[in-house]
Design a protein around this ligand. Structure first.
Ligand SMILES: Cc1ncc(COP(=O)(O)O)c(C=O)c1O
Length: 396
């Protein structure tokens, strides 16, 4: 059996038709398959590879850490320099009240930790989330996921969850003295890149402050420069009580985090002690990689390059079959009108002979394809990818 057959037989499958590209190597904004074919990566691991695949500074940091130590002890008991240095750098670049970083294995674990922290800190249970939101696939994260199709099969889920319409004032009176937290994606990703109105998000912030509910913003996809600023919330003049990070946080290694003020985070230290336990969360190699990645984002001023690249994509992606583009930085949902047409395009550009283009669709916006490349993508790569897309559309 070849690798693909073994993959289908022995690696747990979650779809009847996985993309099954057989990866041999990834570098910068390019993927290479085992037949030697090259692909321009417009997915970037879904907002993971912000600094490009295998950035030399990250590889060097990982190798250095490999020579020091791997896992030594469950989270929180011993002082590990990569964790400490990374938490410090994050705190340096976050508003003053986001100064305490709890590192997890994944985005979903960060979501779980944040929900627990909000319950502990407020002594309340009600959680308000938004329709069309995606926060991960564990049962707590599924409970706040904003689409019944994706969560229904796993009921019963967490009680006391209310889903409100994103960007609507209608339900904001529901934020009250029994609300533990309101949890929102700063910009809704899987809904098809839906940005909030600044006034709406500010009103949510105000309601939370007035009622003692915590505002939790999920920047697991939005973070690390993708929106054109280091943090998505900077666009809206709002600071959350808890910030959720993941994906690009680890520079290609698994890592998530929830970040709050130290006073809030201290709620996890008593009654019971060890309020959130994780064996591998904040793994030293992941933290070393993430620390190097954030330095690359800052040193190479990657966020500053985003606006021009966003405009270039939008100016090149004009075609009668393209219905609409929702964009917020180097992060776009290109709407083809129907899933069938979208899927046909995605398959066609993947199979394009001279150079493939790698993209997919959104969980709650299946008629749109994703543009979420490494922020390091060059102008030439953008032009090449768009010309392959337009050419495919002309021949569909
Ligand atoms: C906005 C958002 N939140 C949370 C998650 C969950 O992260 P993970 O897959 O690392 O558990 C994701 C993953 O796609 C996400 O996009």
């Amino acid at each position: 059996m070849n690798q693909r057959e073994l993959f289908l037989r022995h690696v747990g499958q979650t779809s009847a038709a996985p993309l099954s590209l057989e990866i041999a190597k990834a570098t910068g904004c390019r993927l290479f398959d085992t037949a030697g074919k090259e692909y321009i990566d417009l997915i970037g691991g879904i907002s993971v590879a912000n600094t490009g695949h295998r950035h030399p500074a990250i590889i060097e940091a990982v190798k250095k850490q490999l020579d020091q130590y791997l896992h030594v002890m469950v989270y929180g008991e011993v002082v590990q320099s990569p964790q400490v240095q990374y938490a410090k750098l994050l705190a340096d670049y976050l508003p003053a009240q986001l100064n305490s970083v709890y590192f997890t294995n994944s985005g979903a674990e960060a979501v779980e930790g944040a929900m627990k922290l909000a319950k502990r800190y407020t002594n309340r249970t009600r959680i308000i989330a938004a329709k069309n939101s995606y926060h991960g696939s564990t049962q707590g994260a599924l409970s706040i996921l904003g689409d019944e199709y994706w969560r229904n099969a796993y009921r019963p889920l967490l009680p006391d969850i209310l889903h409100i319409d994103y960007n609507s004032y209608e339900w904001l009176h529901e934020i009250n003295e029994s609300t533990a937290c309101v949890i929102l994606e700063t910009v809704q990703a899987e809904g098809g890149i839906i940005a909030p109105q600044a006034d709406w998000l500010q009103t949510v912030r105000k309601k939370c402050s007035e009622t003692g509910a915590l505002l939790v913003l999920d920047e697991i996809q939005a973070g690390f420069g993708r929106t054109g600023k280091l943090w998505g919330f900077e666009h809206f003049n709002v600071v959350p009580d808890i910030l959720l990070l993941g994906k690009a946080l680890g520079g290609g290694m698994p890592l998530g985090a929830f970040v709050s003020d130290r006073n809030i985070m201290m709620a996890l230290t008593e009654n019971p002690v060890l309020g959130h336990i994780t064996t591998f969360g904040g793994h030293p190699v992941s933290c070393a990689a993430g620390l190097a990645a954030l330095k690359v984002v800052l040193d190479e001023q990657l966020a500053e390059t985003v606006a021009l690249k966003e405009e270039l994509f939008k100016s090149l992606l004009t075609h009668p079959l393209i219905k609409n583009i929702n964009s917020f930085g180097l992060w776009m949902a290109v709407d083809m009108g129907t899933f069938e047409l979208n899927k046909k395009l995605i398959d066609t550009i993947l199979e394009n002979e001279t150079m493939g283009v790698f993209t997919d669709w959104f969980l709650f916006a299946a008629s749109s394809f994703r543009i979420c490349p490494p922020l390091t993508i060059s102008e030439a790569e953008i032009r090449e990818a768009c010309s392959i897309i337009i050419n495919a559309l002309n021949n569909l």
